[in-house]
Each structure stands twice: as C-alpha cells, then as structure tokens.
Design a protein around this ligand. Structure first.
Ligand code: ADP
Length: 172
C-alpha cells in the first residue's frame, strides 16, 4: 500500500523550510499531500488560492507531491484520503508545546492517526512564513529563503518597486 503523509499548515507563504521538510519526507513516504487549511485563527496575507498556486508551481515537476486545501477538522480531511500520517516540522523548543497539543488532540479525535515530526535543517531553523512576510513588507531580502515565485508574489502584494534592491529572485 502507498505510504501517504499529509502535511497540513497555513503555508502563507510556502518557504524553503517547508520545502526542505517535504523533500526529506519523500525519502520515507511515497506521496506527500500539502494541505492548506482554510480556517485558522491567523489572518492570512495570501488567499488559499494564491497559496495553492505557489505550492503547485514549486512542485510542478514532482508528481508525488500533491497540493490541496481543506476546510474544517484536519482529521476529517485525512479520513477522506488513504493517509495514516500527519507530517509536521519542528524548528525550536517553542514549536514543541503547540505541536504536542495539536498532535495529542488529533490522536484523541482519531486514534488511527499519528503525527510524525521532522526536525528543521540548520539552514532553515530561523525561517517562518511570519518573519518572511515581515522582512518582505519592510523591503528586506528573502533571497534563498523562499522560491522566486513566492518572492515575486510578496513583492506584488506589498507593492514594492521593481528591483528595489538588487535581489536575486525578485525579478519578473
Ligand atoms: P501552521 O499555521 O499550521 O503552523 P505553517 O505553514 O506555519 O502552519 O507551518 C506548517 C508546518 O511546517 C508546521 O509544523 C511548522 O512547524 C513547519 N515549519 C514551518 N517552517 C519550518 C522550517 N523553517 N523548518 C521546519 N519546519 C517548518
């Protein structure tokens, strides 16, 4: 049977931190479904459609990575797939408490489901969608931290001038 992992999150926007987790997960799983959550308490910068577009573009040449979105409870979404595993990334001890609560709650809602955590890479431990947005909004470089399609979408979203700084990945 195919081993499928669901990687849920906001992905607002997707970063190389997320991408690194997916690439490493593909060494273990046959397929990874990136599942963008509609309902979170966070106020998103990008619409779910925009986030999906970026994820699809990033993995356009990787057929065993599927981009999807879901509304409602994650466990209900997972039940509709053949997946038995939820995939999450851990950056710091501060992530642990939140992730531990969510994983425990999901397991209490469906005890056939497990959450697997992958530790961030040394190159991306400081990368979060939140800080990427903040740096981009203030005109700083996000080069090497997000794919160029994401850098472009950030530039457009924040109405930043073309090549405000000489930044790789910020050109059209
Ligand atoms: P959420 O809004 O559900 O926290 P995110 O899109 O922020 O979703 O992140 C999805 C998952 O990816 C989370 O488990 C998060 O900890 C993980 N993640 C985000 N950035 C990184 C990173 N740089 N390295 C490893 N894991 C990461």
């Amino acid at each position: 049977m195919e081993k499928i992992a669901i990687y849920p999150g906001s992905f607002d926007p997707i970063t190389y931190g997320h991408i690194d987790i997916v690439e490493r997960a593909l060494e273990i799983f046959d397929k990874v479904i990136i599942a963008i959550a509609y309902h979170t308490e966070k106020q998103p910068l990008f619409s779910v459609e925009e986030r999906l577009k970026m994820v699809k573009a990033v993995f356009k040449d990787v057929p065993n990575v599927i981009a999807d979105s879901f509304k409602g409870l994650l466990v209900d979404y997972v039940a509709k797939t053949n997946a038995k595993v939820i995939l999450r990334g851990l950056r710091a001890t501060s992530d642990f408490e939140y992730e531990f609560h969510i994983a425990s709650m999901n397991r209490s809602l469906n005890n056939h489901l497990d959450t697997i955590f992958m530790m961030t890479s040394k190159d991306y431990f400081f990368v979060s969608s939140r800080t990427i947005k903040e740096v981009a909004r203030l005109g700083g470089t996000v080069e090497g931290l997000v794919p160029s399609i994401v850098a472009n979408m950030l530039r457009k979203k924040f109405n930043l001038p073309y090549m405000k700084k000489k930044l790789i990945g910020w050109d059209d």
